[in-house]
Design a protein around this ligand. Sequence first.
Ligand SMILES: [Zn+2]
Ligand SMILES: [Zn+2]
Length: 407
Amino acid sequence: MDLVTNSLANIDNWYWGIWHPSIFTHLLYTLVLTQITIVSVTLYLHRHSAHRALELHSVLQHFFRFWLWLTTGQGTKSWTAIHRKHHAMTDIEGDPHSPVIFGIKAILFTGVELYRASDTQEVRDKYGKGTPEDWIERNLYSRFTFGGVASMLLINVLLFGPMGLTIWAIQMMWIPVMAAGIINGIGHHTGYRNFECCDSSKNVIPWAIFIGGEELHNNHHTYPNSAKLSVKPWEFDIGWAWIKFFQFFRLAKPLSTGPIARPVPGRSVVDIDMAWALMNDRFAVMANYAQKVIAPHVLDEYRLADKATRKLYKRAQKLLRKDEGLVDVAGRERIIELTKSSPILKTIYELKLQLLDIWAKRSGNAEEMVKAVRQWCVDAESSGVLALQEFSDELKSYTLPAPSQVI
Ligand SMILES: [Zn+2]
Ligand SMILES: [Zn+2]
């Protein structure tokens, strides 16, 4: 009888897997595994493979590739190609997953299907260059795409029994929900913008720890080749913390870190270095313009206006700083009204357009650009608007950093 009871107990134990941890350990195990997957996506697929912003030691590359095969079945070439296409055609026809094109609901609930639909041979050939085509890619990862996730299921069930199935389901859902749904959807729909780059990208939250730093999506679209996604002092990119950790062990090396032009106190020259610095870092320059010139004057006009005209200035800041390509017909009409009602705002808005015009029309010709920037500074200084004069002084203090400062 004892023998039968013991055997039943053993079967019962085996049913619950060979590891019998607490609920807390189950949760911790799931969290650690999903975090490793997120780090693999953001560091290896995104920052290293798609954007070449980061060098990774081959040992780390192989680990990430193996881990992604095991937990997502995601191939490097497909991911890289679709993501590069997203950057090449952001929020316009051809973008594989834009909420502006497909609607936010479609991205949130059918993001994976949209993603799969764009995974074609043509896209892989055009955008997937430079991705691994070695023996292990050909004979394991690409050949047995689902072999990895099936092995992961087996490992989880062996360890935890039926609970392993739940953990596996969470693992499988994590990237489709977090990356395909939330980043591709919310990251182009809801949040704040540090920079008026020419697409609808948003930073979802400043503390980007849930999806490896990828929540700082507006910063990323502005500086796509930067290994670091945080820009403001109050933003935190956990992916960057991992990069610094691996860099300490000489396993990673960032190649670029975003905004590169910095003002040098005491400098006041319009030369080629200054013009290139402005060109390279134009989004940061325009963000400064919005903060130091547009914002205080809109606020002044709002305070001086009577009750009836005050509503004209509501959200005017946002409208006047917006990229011209993103202003709709109603927005244009409001800008006309605003500039009619305030000569100062008219000057500020016209000088903003002139500044944008410099990099739009003269980006390939350094001497032309220097001439245009010099003229812009003359116009700003003679405008009679103090904030414009100060901004002109600030522009003259910009220069390119020494090469050692770039990394
Ligand atoms: Zn995007
Ligand atoms: Zn990207």
